[in-house]
Design a protein around this ligand. Structure first.
Ligand SMILES: C[S@@+](CC[C@H](N)C(=O)[O-])C[C@H]1O[C@@H](n2cnc3c(N)ncnc32)[C@H](O)[C@@H]1O
Length: 384
């Protein structure tokens, strides 16, 4: 049940809102105009640029910008700059966000202006989805080629899921989110999820995917993994999923990811074990041909993170490795302890041609999963 509905059921009407009087009045004044109410309704349906909103409302850009400014000043909508673009969406949380959603819920269902807005909004969504699938289509061949070299993504994601904290994740950050696949896969486990990427094309695909999946608490924004656009200690979980091999300075990326983690936070790095597929440099712009365990564990340590276990998922020919790392000051580590120190010795790179994919080992018991040594020459399938 929506928070407001719960209160409505439990309390007399004059106790409905948790918002203090002054900001409430400012918000109500800001919303009390037909165009601004329409804008508020649109901003609850995703993230939009001024030009999207201008197109939908059929009003001039300066006029729409002025209305958005008033809504923003009242805290009803959030403004997010991305290069020369600015995105608007309804406030994420807090009392004013609740007011915004409550006002939108009161709008008359049959209003013709609102109906037209919804129609035009759907058209913009459709054209974004078409652009996103065109981008996919243009890149699909290259991506499939890469995918064929390692274990199925589903297997990696399942191993990753086993390393997420048992408790519900508060704030999740997906660094180098690409098309937002991790946000779609794990967003529902988080109170809020944010993806960051340098590529606007990727972000366009991610936005379309999040809208399609109805994940309104998941957002993406343009940003550089070396200088994340967030305050220190803002996230409970950060992911670097197949991103580090693009980095000129991976240690700095890990340090920056550690910076934005809360004291009980966890970083999950997913990337390749060392390999010799040179063509990945030329055809896929990989900067690094995989990473040894000790290397990643060392960067984590230097960034104040403890990496107590490593997961290897051998593929043909690429092994995918997961390095979970907790803030060293974390009081309550999730229960994925390992019996070994992965920094003790670098992992052996897999040979150039390890042969066919080994037959899958039967699923280990939970007890067996924590006993394997990630530094063994033979990669281990499954979660340690
Ligand atoms: C192989 S994709 C992985 C995407 C996603 N993590 C996944 O696995 O589906 C790597 C992503 O890293 C992004 N990237 C590369 N350098 C970056 C940087 N300096 N800052 C932010 N993102 C970056 C690329 O744009 C790309 O979307």
């Amino acid at each position: 049940m929506h928070m407001l509905d719960r209160r409505r059921a439990a309390a007399p009407a004059w106790e409905l809102c948790a918002c203090p009087m002054e900001p409430l009045l400012t918000a109500l004044k800001a919303a009390a105009e037909p165009t601004r109410l329409r804008l508020l309704a649109l901003c609850t349906q995703g993230e939009w640029t001024v030009s999207d909103l201008t197109q939908i409302l059929g009003q001039s850009q300066p006029r729409v910008s002025r209305h958005l400014k008033l809504l923003g000043d009242a805290g009803l909508v959030v403004r997010q700059r991305e290069g020369t673009w600015v995105w608007y969406r309804v406030a994420d949380d807090g009392a004013i966000a609740e007011v915004a959603r409550a006002l939108v819920a009161l709008l008359p269902a049959g209003d013709p202006d609102l109906a037209l807005d919804r129609e035009r909004l759907s058209a913009i969504r459709r054209s974004r989805a078409a652009a996103a699938s065109a981008y996919f289509r243009d890149n699909a061949a290259r991506w499939d080629q890469l995918r064929g070299l390692h274990v199925p993504e589903r297997e990696v994601e399942d191993a990753l899921a086993a390393l997420l904290p048992d408790r519900r994740i508060g704030d999740l950050l997906d660094i180098g989110t690409g098309t937002g696949r991790m946000l779609v896969r794990f967003g529902l486990r988080a109170a809020r999820a944010t993806g960051v990427d340098l590529s606007r094309e990727m972000l366009a695909v991610a936005r379309a995917k999040l809208a399609e999946a109805g994940l309104r608490h998941c957002h993406v924004r343009h940003g550089d993994m070396y200088q994340l656009p967030f305050h220190t200690a803002s996230f409970d979980l950060a992911l670097l999923y197949q991103v580090l091999h693009y980095a000129e300075a991976p240690a700095e990326v890990v340090r920056e990811a550690a910076r934005v983690l809360r004291p009980t936070g966890r970083l999950l790095v997913v990337d390749f074990a060392p390999h010799d597929r040179d063509e990945l440099r030329t055809e896929h712009a990989h900067r690094r041909l995989g990473f040894a365990d000790a290397e990643v564990v060392g960067w984590c340590r230097a960034a104040g993170l403890e990496c107590s276990t490593v997961v290897h998922l051998p593929g043909t020919p690429l092994t995918v490795t997961i390095w979970p790392a907790d803030r060293a000051d974390a009081e309550h580590r999730p229960a994925v302890a390992a019996a070994t120190d992965p920094a003790a010795e670098p992992a052996e790179p897999p040979g150039p041609d390890p042969g066919p994919d080994p037959a899958p080992t039967p699923a280990p018991s939970p007890a067996a999963r924590v006993a394997a040594d990630p530094t063994e020459a033979q990669p281990i399938r499954g979660v340690l």
